[in-house]
Structure formats: C-alpha cells, structure tokens
Write a protein that binds this ligand. Structure first.
Ligand code: HEM
Length: 397
C-alpha cells in the first residue's frame, strides 16, 4: 500500500484556487483507495481513506455503516466537534430524532416566506456599497454581512449584538486560531446563545429559533437548543458568504457569464447550480467505518476514518461526459454534492439558494459597470480555512 500523503480535504491547485490539487485528480484515477494524513486545525493530524470519485462519495454518504467520526460525548470537553444538538455530531436514531424536529423550520414554504426579508437585507447592503464607493471591498460590505444578517433574523439576534456575533462566527472556522482560542470562542458563543434561548423560552420570537422552541422546546434540553443555534450559525454563515464571494469573483472574471446571471432570469436557477458545483466551498465532516465496508472490491476497515473531497468529486467524468473543469452557467444542472448527500445532506440548502438567487442578480443590476479593482492574480483567496473563500475583493464601478 502506498505511503499516505499529507493533504487537506479539499486541496486546491497552487495559483488557481478554484481547481482541485493535481494530487486529488491523480487519486481519482487510481483503482486503489488512497490513504492520506489529514492536517486538522482542531485535532492532531490523522490518517484517513480519501474519497475522490463521485460514485464512491454518493455510495459512502448513503451507507449507514459509515458514521460521523465525531459523536457527541457529554463526558468529553466541549468543542466545535463535540456539541449537543449539532446534527453533524449524531448518527442513526439520535440524528433522526433531532433532524425531524428541525426540518419543519426549513420547508420550501418557510424559506419562501423569508424572501422579502432576504430582499430587504440585500437592498440594504447594496445601499451600503453605493455609499462606500466607487471603490469598495465587496466581501466586507456585501458577501459576508448578507448571510450573517439572515442568520441573525433566523435566531432573533438584536441589531446591537450583530458585530460580535459575526466575529465569533469567523473565529469558529479560522484554521489559524489556536485550540485555546477555539475553546474561548465556543464558551462565548454558548453564553450568548444561552441568553437568546432563554429569551425565546420566555416568549418565542416570530423566527426560526422561536418556532423550534415553540414546537419542540419541551423535548429539547437547554444545551441542545444552544447547540442548534451554534450549528445554524457555523453551518449557514461562512458557507453562504463563501459562495457569494466565489461567485462574484468568478463572474467578474467572466463578463459573458455575468451577463447571463444579470439579464436572464430564466437561466438563473441553472447558473446558481453551476456556481455551486464549480466552487464547492464546503467539506463534509470526517466519517468513521462502524464495520468493514467493501467498495469496488477494496476494503475500508472497521474503525478507519474516511474523508471526502466534494471539490474533485464534483468534477468527476462519471457525473457527466463533458468537461467539468470549466465554469459554464448555461450547463444543464448537474447532480452535484456541494450540499453533501444522504441523511446529513444540508438542511439549509434552499435558504442558501434563495440568498444566492436574490443577491447575485441584484448586485450586477444595481452596479452594471462593476469590475475588479485588482489584477485577477492579486486576489487574496482563503485557501487554508475549512471553507474556501476570498478574504478581500476590491471592486469599483
Ligand atoms: C450540512 C454545505 C448553507 C445548515 C451541510 C453539509 C454540507 C453543507 C456539505 C453536509 C456535511 C456532511 O455531510 O458532513 C453547505 C453549503 C452552503 C450551506 C455549501 C451554502 C452555499 C447552509 C445554511 C444552513 C445550513 C444557510 C442553515 C442556516 C446545515 C445543517 C447541516 C448542514 C444544519 C447538518 C445536517 C445534518 O447533519 O443532518 N451543509 N451548507 N447550511 N448544513 Fe449546510
């Protein structure tokens, strides 16, 4: 068996961060299952089977023998990977019980009802952008605040607390933060969420967290409700901000594709799916085999960890017999796994889509001459974080 390579889950090519690292493509071609040493911000480096093929990823993510690698343990210290109420910390019946209580809050109907709120938030950020320029950083004025403000609405965070709230959301995903900083941040987040939950217990707000407290509060502990709030923040904030940042960057670099998003409402849904497939900003959590699993005649042994690269799986030729390495917003939508697959598939995906479909055309319609204010090579990408993104994006109009 080959020596494990040291590789993050979603390594990207040097100089072209939207492209998977060549090592990931090489693994995809191998018949053997590759083993990698995965560097981790929170744990020590660990060895895992690396899944890079689309079919393997879908088969494994829907195989109940492959479980979440980090299961909530009330006796272990609390961390981002050990939280009551966080769906990504549960398997089997425990996961189903919790997930059922949350799905009602994320139905298409509920997300549609949020549309006016999303439009108002987007309009507010467009005004802020106009006031800041011409010449502004698109990330801090537009891409990051939109999902933060949406989550603040879902949880009922008062306006005065929102800056602190956003800072904690970012520390939670910062790979350069130390273990101590992560723990301090989580303690702060817990304390704040505790206050929000207590306020909803007294009088459930007319928002998503209020609805969960009203409908299921008697079956959820205080700690679970706090963990649910933390999970929604961590899962829904940086991922959506990243998609807005990556999509804006790519579209500004490809004016012909930008024109489709701006001018062709009928093509918008397909364009958003292609941007999701192409950017693949998020990862799936590490999994662990609860039993031996046979995959294409190869064995994943019981107890082995498994990591998946959504990024390269979404470009696998098995997905479509065409060139999936180019961005083509007119491409027929592909069944990508940017939101994961199987029982842990993203609960907030319709909300994320609603934010993207609202924000992107609104931005390019309000600022028809929007363009990059730096050379494409000088764009400051965030390649080391768990969620790939862009740090700053200077634009002008
Ligand atoms: C799960 C991606 C937006 C809430 C996931 C997973 C992925 C993902 C890949 C599966 C993780 C795994 O299997 O290990 C994304 C992307 C987003 C996004 C790319 C934006 C474009 C959101 C939003 C919310 C959200 C807006 C809610 C406000 C969740 C939750 C889970 C999840 C609660 C856990 C589901 C479970 O374990 O049953 N997301 N997500 N996500 N996401 Fe998202």
């Amino acid at each position: 068996m080959p020596e494990p390579q040291v590789l993050p889950f979603a390594a990207r090519a040097a100089g072209c961060p939207f492209t998977p690292a060549p090592e990931l493509y090489a693994m995809q071609k191998e018949e053997e299952l590759s083993r990698v040493d995965v560097p981790s911000p929170i744990l020590d480096t660990f060895e895992a089977v690396a899944v890079t093929r689309y079919e393997d990823a879908r088969a494994l993510l829907s195989d109940e023998r492959l479980q979440m690698g980090f299961v909530f343990d009330p006796d272990a210290p609390r961390s981002m990977l050990n939280q009551p109420g966080n769906l990504l910390n549960y398997n089997g019946a425990d996961h189903t019980r919790l997930r059922r209580m949350l799905t009602g809050a994320f139905t298409v109907k509920r997300i549609r009802a949020l549309q006016p709120v999303i439009e108002e938030i987007v309009a507010g950020r467009l005004d802020a952008l106009a006031a800041a320029g011409p010449g502004a950083d698109l990330i801090s004025t537009f891409c990051t605040p939109i999902p933060t403000l949406v989550i603040c609405e879902l949880l009922g965070v008062p306006y005065a607390d929102r800056a602190d709230f956003q800072r904690r959301a970012q520390v939670g995903l910062d790979v350069n933060a130390t273990r101590e900083e992560h723990i301090t941040n989580l303690v702060e987040m817990d304390a704040y969420m505790g206050e929000l939950v207590a306020a909803h217990r007294r009088s459930p707000g007319d928002n998503l967290l209020g609805a969960i407290v009203r409908d299921h509060g008697d079956r959820l502990t205080e700690d679970e409700l706090i963990g649910i709030g933390n999970m929604l923040l961590v899962a829904g904030h940086e991922t959506t901000a990243s998609m807005l940042a990556c999509s804006s960057t790519l579209l500004l670099r490809h004016p012909d594709q930008l024109a489709v998003v701006r001018d062709e409402p009928a093509a918008l849904d397909g364009a958003v799916e292609e941007l999701l497939r192409y950017c693949s900003p998020a990862i799936t959590m590490p999994r662990e085999a609860a039993e031996d699993i046979e995959l294409r005649g190869r064995r994943i042994r019981r107890g082995e960890r498994v990591v998946l690269s959504v990024l390269v799986a979404n470009r696998d030729r098995a997905l479509a017999d065409t060139d999936l390495d180019t961005l083509d917003v007119r491409r027929a939508p592909q069944p990508h796994i940017t939101f994961g697959y199987g029982v842990h598939q993203c609960l907030g995906q319709q909300l994320a889509r609603a934010e993207l479909r609202t924000a992107l055309p609104a931005l390019f319609n309000r600022f028809p001459t929007l363009r990059l204010a730096v050379e494409p090579d000088a764009i400051d990408y965030r390649t080391t974080a768990l969620v790939f993104s862009v740090n700053t994006l200077p634009v002008t109009w």
